[in-house]
Design a protein around this ligand. Sequence first.
Ligand SMILES: *Cc1c(COP(=O)(O)O)cnc(C)c1O
Length: 489
Amino acid sequence: MNFIETRGNDGNRPDRVSFSQALLNPMASFGGIYAPQEIPRLADDFLAEHLHQDYQSLARDILKVFEVDIADDLLESALATYERFDDPANPVPVVRIGDRLHVSELYHGPTRAFKDMALQPFGVILSGLAQARDEHYLIMAATSGDTGPAALDTFRNKPNIKVACLYPDGGTSDVQRLQMVTEDADNLKVIGIHGNFDDAQAALKRLLGSDVFRATLVERHTQLSAANSVNFGRIIFQLIYHVHSYLELVRQERVELGDKVYLVVPSGNFGNALGGYYAWRMGLPVEKIVIASNANNVLTDLIQSGSYDLRQRRLIGTSSPAMDILKSSNVERVLFHLFGAERTRELMRQLDEEHYYQLNRDEVQAMQELFCADFCTDEEGKSYIKEYFAQGYLMDPHTATCMKAHASCCNQSAHAIVYSTAEWTKFSPSIANALTGETDSHDLDALKTIAGLANIPVPERIRQLFDKPVAQKTLVDKEDIEQEVLAFL
Ligand SMILES: *Cc1c(COP(=O)(O)O)cnc(C)c1O
């Protein structure tokens, strides 16, 4: 299967590429990204046939439907990363928390957030392709807390790959920071910066535009790549668990094969929701995809009114920081599939230059046939955390944003799957605050508070982080990042 460009072709780049090419060089003409030329359909008996197969078989067969050009043995090693999850036989448990309400837990991987779902296999594939082509890659990442740990974990000691990861010092939870700064592999460099996530991202952009930096990479025969969520090599692994979660509901006899369900997705860059969209277009019985946001509710506005307007907006820091995003990159692929490359290019140009666009009435209607959206304030999120905890289910602040959207968007007589994107251990201060009203100043105190209330232990792998030596001590001003990365290379 070929991949084509969301903003059309500029006459210089190839006008279609293979999966591996799209994965290695994710940026396309006019600042666009790659999308499948057509979305393949699952065979009529695909779902029934996979009812009694494991997650890896399902993943393998979905990748086959996309005809990915990855050697079988490399693909098998990539899928074997799911054996590192809590339950290798079922990496994504689906838990019932209400009459027709289910939670698909995407956080049972090594770094306890949903980023592992795609980055674990992605790391194996990227390193494998680099070795086969005798190429070296530098992966640059700026993280608000979940992508960093997941990227460091997946690329740790991987041949032909180096990672430089920027994080805002003080802008992540203690657990997220410790997951990064206790990484001691030679091919990993973690740089804390004085500033917020926007500063980290801006610094990354500056670095990518620097001539000295480019020249150094050329000297080292190193190519630059990004492990960010627009890479189709990540998206493809994010559609598998949507199919899996549906099959779980059938296996648990909650729904019958063919019944439509809602997928409720806590969204930032829209990669998770996009995976659901592809799964649906491939034949998964879906009623609607429900987009949950926090106070940074650009996606709510887009779906409710067709307006994507950044002119009056500032990023708001919330207790669900992985969703504190104003430019949601993967929306572009939905625009492309619905309205074509020419219209997508026009809309994205307008967003870049004028900081807004407005879909027309037909376009809004087309979006609303697929999506519904709502947002949730931190205060509302806290009350959901408290309410569900009282009923015996502990959820993190990102997952909690889904509860309001579930109430306002879903017909309550249909079943819904809410995606849980982080374990409670990663955002313990906000959760402890929701449960007790008190503010713990350290994660370890908050972890113990929650563990005490829930009568569960603090997981060993999290507790150990607090005793591990700090291997990554670099903490610099924004201006000094380039020098640090060059020294690392
Ligand atoms: C990354 C992330 C999200 C947002 O996912 P997108 O694919 O960017 O929409 C939500 N919750 C958590 C915990 C995350 O780490």
